[in-house]
Design a protein around this ligand. Structure first.
Ligand code: GDP
Length: 450
């Protein structure tokens, strides 16, 4: 008996509504695994009527009998985990402990100097529009083979502490005023990680304390995953961000520091491609993105009334504001080419389209980009370059929309208005993959599965 892995990936720029669908799929799986990203990513879903956010922890925590794993591909921040995420989940009534949550013992850690470097860069003229959580610098050290892996906490703690201090000295040696940056970090809106600390030493202490708390959770997760596959279990691999933000396949350099598609799943969990049976690509009807760095995406909605209607209000559960950053997301017309990339390079076998309830915000019809013209040549997938993506002009088809009230209360594809079926048919025709579920509202039961 062999088990199998189902994947869930973002088919656009993250924020597609993966969290809710992963939680729904988690219910049917035994083991739920995160394979990329870090505390910068966030999933939102409702738990017993309350809004719950996960960042480094898989959505399987909603179900106390599931095993949850943060795999080796996660850039792990112990402080964000023990000071922010776990206390909040526990306060929300979620049981999470060493029995139902395991963390890879070879994951690269996000260290204090990574957070300092990120915040120093964000405050300067070469800001990348990151969430300031140190992710990109942690990834840089990982690929630079610096030794900040989780296993060092127990294998060689004295060396790890020395390396953490040396790294801070190196940051100071390049002229960064660490005391000042730490002050800003301690007061940062929407980020509890190092709230209230007053010095670099306190920051190091906080990290060290959290690193100690991580010890009972550490495991050889690659071996653990294999043993569950051998037992015939069903495993769910939950991706953070989306294919447009993939380090290799996304619009470089506007990506995240991780691999968002099946490639990331295989490496970030240590599994075999033959273990993966199905990969759901989550795509949102209005395409959104956040953190543009001065690049302008094709298909950006110019009509501010439509954009605002789609975005909703700050504080609404489905409002288009970053869950980790609070930043307002840009609203774009629906676009097929990113979905083609999600199939061709991201490994998607089925699509789930969320926010089908928002179509009427476009008015009686909506434009859907089915390809782009780039420097006089038609392309049907995403160019893996922000500079080239900015030069793309969408080739639109105009489709009729449908009324929200006509879909929010139905639960079967057969009852969908013909206009909604037309949009679904277009996605299927252009990507060659089925749409196997749609979202019609922010709550977990507002899903229509085919
Ligand atoms: P993720 O990072 O991909 O999980 O996405 P976010 O957490 O940024 O956004 C998910 C938000 O969208 C949640 O608040 C969901 O409740 C909401 N959402 C998901 N699917 C739908 C949908 O079909 N319709 C509406 N209106 N909201 C949805």
């Amino acid at each position: 008996m062999t088990g199998e892995v189902t994947g869930v990936i973002g088919a656009q720029w993250g924020d597609e509504g993966k969290g809710g669908h992963t939680a729904r799929l988690a219910e049917e799986h035994d083991v739920i695994m995160r394979y990329n990203g870090g505390s910068n990513a966030g999933h939102t879903f409702d738990y017993l009527g309350e809004e719950v956010n996960t960042h480094q922890v898989p959505s399987g925590v909603l179900f106390p009998d599931k095993l949850n794993i943060s795999g080796n591909g996660v850039l792990l921040n112990p402080v964000a985990l023990f000071v922010d995420e776990l206390p909040k989940l526990r306060a929300g009534g979620i049981r999470i402990n060493e029995d139902n949550y395991r963390v890879s013992d070879i994951a690269a850690m996000v260290m204090p100097h990574h957070v300092i470097l990120d915040n120093a860069r964000e405050a300067g003229s070469n800001s990348q529009g990151t969430t300031g959580r140190g992710i990109s610098y942690s990834a840089a050290d990982k690929y630079g083979r610096e030794n900040f892996r989780t296993e060092q906490i127990t294998e060689n703690p004295a060396q790890l502490m020395r390396d953490a201090r040396t790294a801070i000295s190196m940051v100071e040696a390049i002229g960064i005023d660490t005391a000042n940056v730490v002050k800003a970090i301690s007061k940062k809106d929407g980020d509890e990680t190092y709230r209230g600390i007053s010095s670099v030493d306190e920051m190091l202490e906080q990290w060290w304390e959290s690193a100690q708390l991580l010890i009972p959770y550490l495991d050889n997760t690659i071996g653990l995953i294999r043993s569950h596959l051998k037992r015939g279990d069903r495993l769910l691999a939950e991706g953070a961000q989306g294919i447009g933000l993939d380090m290799e396949l996304g619009t470089q350099p506007l990506g995240s520091s991780s691999h968002c598609g099946v490639g990331g799943m295989i490496n970030g969990l240590g599994i075999n491609h033959e273990d993966i049976k199905r990969v759901f690509g989550i795509a949102k009807l209005p395409m959104t993105r956040v953190g543009g760095n001065g690049y302008r995406f094709p298909g950006l909605i110019e009509d501010s009334e439509i954009a605002e209607a789609l975005r909703g209000k700050r504080g609404e559960i489905d409002g288009e504001f970053g869950k980790s950053s609070g930043r307002e997301r840009d609203e774009c017309y629906p676009q097929v080419p990113p979905l083609v990339t999600a199939v061709e390079s991201g490994g998607v076998t089925d699509f789930i389209i969320t926010k089908m309830d928002k179509a009427e915000k476009f008015g009686p019809t909506m434009k859907v980009a089915v390809g782009y013209m780039l420097d006089g040549v038609r392309i049907d997938s995403l160019p893996p370059s922000a500079a080239k993506f900015e030069r793309c002009s969408p080739i639109y088809e105009e489709l009729p929309t449908w009324r929200t009230e006509d879909i929010v209360n139905i639960r079967s594809f057969d009852e969908l208005p013909v206009q909604a079926l037309g949009f679904i048919g277009l996605i299927e025709e252009k990507t060659g993959k089925p749409v196997s579920a749609i979202g019609v509202g922010p709550f977990r039961d507002q899903v229509i599965v085919r």
